[in-house]
Each structure stands twice: as C-alpha cells, then as structure tokens.
Design a protein around this ligand. Sequence first.
Ligand code: GDP
Ligand code: FE
Ligand code: FE
Length: 199
Amino acid sequence: MNEVEYQKHYYPGTRNELVARLREQLSKFRFEHVIRVEHTAVKLASRYGIDEEKASVAGLVHDYAKECSDEQFKAVIQSEHLDPDLLNWGNFIWHGEVGAWIIGQDLRITDQEILDAVRFHTVGAPHMTPLQQLIYVADFIEPGRDFPDVATARAVAQTSLEQAVVYETKHTLTYLMANDRPIYPAAIATYNAWIGKRK
Ligand code: GDP
Ligand code: FE
Ligand code: FE
C-alpha cells in the first residue's frame, strides 16, 4: 500500500516520524497491530470518502497509551479532573478515554475528531463521525484478528460502516456477557443508540 503523505498537520511531523514514536512507545506485538489498523483504516477511508490522512493518524495513535502504567493513568485522571468513576475501571477503558489526553500531550495532536476517535475506539459512543466509526471498526477487523465471526465483520464493513458498528457493538457485548465480564456503562449507551439502526 502507498503510505499516506502527511500534509494537513494533524500530526506535526511526517508519517515516518510518527511511526518512529510508536516504535519507541510500544512493544513489537502492539506496534505491528497499530500498523495493521492504520492500513485497514486508510483502505476503508478510501472506500467511504473519509479523510485518509486523519484515518492514518488516528489508526496509528489509537493504542499509543495501551502500555502506560496504571499509576500514570490514575495520575492523569486526578490532575485533569476527569470523571472519578474512571478509577473504578482499568487499562481497557483508560487507554482510550485517558489515552486521548496523553496523546494530545505527547504527540501534540489537537484535532478533536481524531482525539475523540481514540476516546471512542474501545466502547464506541452514541454519536460517532464516519472517521470515528472507521477506527472503531478497523481495530476490530484488522488482518491480525482471528475470532470466529471476524469474516462476517469484515464483509459487513465492505458494505456499510454503520452496520459494521452495529455488528461489532452487539458482538462485543454478547462476548462480555457470555464471559461474565462487567460492561462499561458507555458501552451500553453505544448499544442502545446503534441497535435501532440494525437492518
Ligand atoms: P485493543 O486495544 O486493540 O486490544 O482493542 P480494544 O481497545 O477494542 O479493546 C480492549 C479490550 O477491552 C478488549 O479485550 C475488549 O474485549 C475489552 N472490552 C471492551 N469493552 C469492554 C467492556 O465494556 N467491559 C469489559 N470488561 N471489557 C471490555
Ligand atoms: Fe485499544
Ligand atoms: Fe487496537
């Protein structure tokens, strides 16, 4: 795939410079995941007429904070006066919701749509722009994912981004409930908002 050339300053540097930051910040395993998410996101962006440069930046940075320590997340929740209920959850919520703030600081990204794409990438949101839908979906269907229904999720993503959001949301909640895992309240809000769009 041709790499996206950065021209719009969503990230204040080149794509190669951003990739170098991620290589430093992440384990090899997770670095390779974010590269696959970026490629998946850019392909979907091209298919659906969404800004490919935003898709590239958001895809690359979405898990930037995933390997931060619990202490680091808790310190940000306190210093930035984020919702104290966040303290009752863990890395899987923090790396998106709190990670967006860390990304803004560390990588000097200010575009709110991109930062919210990071915030929403794990549990979604009732209202997501096409870019935010695309990151939520690309993370779920990138070629390294191999859960049983991933082929269906990929096929749905080729025909409708919105239907792919519905499919993923339903699938994730079903999986969590089947495994006796707690459901983050925002994930239920996402489900309620999107299930009505099911065709
Ligand atoms: P990743 O960062 O690329 O691994 O993917 P995600 O950010 O989408 O998901 C991180 C983890 O959070 C996954 O293992 C999900 O199954 C899990 N997860 C997503 N929503 C919830 C939730 O509401 N409750 C719980 N307990 N886990 C969740
Ligand atoms: Fe993630
Ligand atoms: Fe991810």
